[in-house]
Design a protein around this ligand. Structure first.
Ligand code: PLP
Length: 385
């Protein structure tokens, strides 16, 4: 199995004994394994894949990633602790995020020797002064516009991430003043459509690293190229995309894999298609067309889809019935505000109260973003292997 089709989801759901649920979240570790192997096979073996914890923070998932020799990218001190609890060696943890406190950095220096920390600003570099047990990278804002959805674009003016490349001289003097600074980091955004633009951002940081190393040989030892690749619906599409991306990297940054330790921080590319969710249909409101099906998952599990302007695409299936007529529905979540709709005018096999609806592609930025609005409990979490 390469991607979860309706047939796969029905088989997976039927294999799970626990049927007494309002909603359930099922993560396929077998698919995670496939995606990690895919990254490891396509990139040179020396590359460290530090998978983004924010995208999926389930402890079993993190432990599996670590068991496969990969690292973890933490966007907060709390995520650093999740990584440590998952058994990740500090040298494979990358601590990002724009709001690290002095106390957190000092704690890492005292307890997690060798951890990589990407400084987000000049003020953060000042907090890191004198902390000798860390590998410090500087996050660079390449200041190039890229074609990722606006809310996921973090390159350019107005971004809160990274030091603009336009401040090169000040960055260089900081690098030369601190023996612990030995890396550079770039993550221009998520769901980036153009691989060429994506690689142009990485090239800016790569050229900068080469320039620094001309003055002090081997000063920049690692380049962290972040995440950002948009997963395709089908596995073969992903395969082609990654092959093309790596070919572009080799063309424009020819020494990136030879002269530097290269680190990736993929989130969506790894997790999106590894999980699905199911919900019982609790009510069907038939006052108007289309009818509204009320289910147990809405803006609590799918915050970005409901609140943001650029939703990731899910598919919805009625998995109770296979032979009813098609009918259009609005899919309403359980929360008490009028915007809590997962989908509008969605064509499904005719629903009855008590039917089970499956939602595909739930691996990324869903369970890790759970919202307690209306104080509802998380869905039951299950793993498939
Ligand atoms: C610094 C950093 N690295 C990696 C990621 C993961 O990005 P993606 O899910 O697009 O691969 C993010 C996402 O926000 C990020 O901010």
């Amino acid at each position: 199995m390469k991607i979860l089709t309706k047939k796969d989801i029905i088989a997976s759901y039927n294999a799970i004994k626990h049927k007494d649920h309002k909603s359930m979240y099922v993560y396929h570790i077998d698919l995670l394994d496939q995606r990690l192997q895919h990254l490891k096979n396509e990139f040179p073996k020396s590359v460290l894949h530090a998978v983004a914890i924010k995208t999926n923070n389930l402890p079993e998932v993190l432990s599996y990633i670590v068991s496969q020799g990969c690292g973890l990218e933490a966007a907060s001190f709390e995520e650093v602790k999740l990584a440590v609890n998952a058994g990740c060696d500090p040298s494979k943890i990358v601590f990002d995020g724009p709001a690290k406190t002095r106390e957190e950095l000092e704690y890492c220096n005292a307890n997690f020797q060798g951890i990589k920390i990407n400084a987000n600003s000049f003020n953060e570099l000042e907090k890191l002064l004198g902390l000798k047990n860390l590998n410090i990278g500087i996050r660079i804002n390449p200041m190039l516009r890229i074609d990722s959805p606006d809310i996921f674009m973090v390159s350019g003016k107005g971004s809160k991430f990274g030091i603009p490349i336009t401040s090169k001289e000040r960055i260089v003097s900081n690098i030369f003043a601190s023996p612990s600074i030995n890396g550079l980091h770039v993550h221009p955004g998520s769901e980036i459509s153009s691989l060429e633009q994506h690689v142009s951002c990485i090239k800016i940081v790569y050229d900068f690293a080469i320039q620094i190393n001309k003055e002090i040989p081997n000063k920049i030892k690692w380049i962290d190229i972040g995440g950002g690749i948009k997963p395709e619906q089908d596995f073969d599409g992903n395969q082609k995309k990654l092959t093309h991306f790596i070919a572009l990297l080799k063309k424009y940054c020819p020494l990136i894999f030879d002269d530097f330790e290269c680190i990736t921080e993929y989130g969506r590319f790894v997790h999106t298609h590894c999980a699905y969710a199911v919900s019982k249909v609790e009510d069907i409101l038939e006052y108007h067309e289309p009818h509204i099906a009320i289910i147990h998952l809405g803006a609590d599990l799918f915050l970005r889809e409901v609140y943001s302007s650029s939703p990731p695409s899910h598919q919805y299936f009625n998995i109770t019935s296979t032979d009813r007529q098609l009918q259009r529905y609005d899919l309403g979540g359980p929360l008490c505000f009028s915007g809590d709709f997962l989908a509008k005018n969605e064509e499904l096999l005719k629903l009855q109260i008590g039917d089970v609806i499956a939602i595909t592609a739930c691996g990324s930025n869903s369970i890790s973003m759970w919202s307690e609005h209306c104080s509802r409990k998380k869905p039951i979490i299950k793993y498939a292997r």
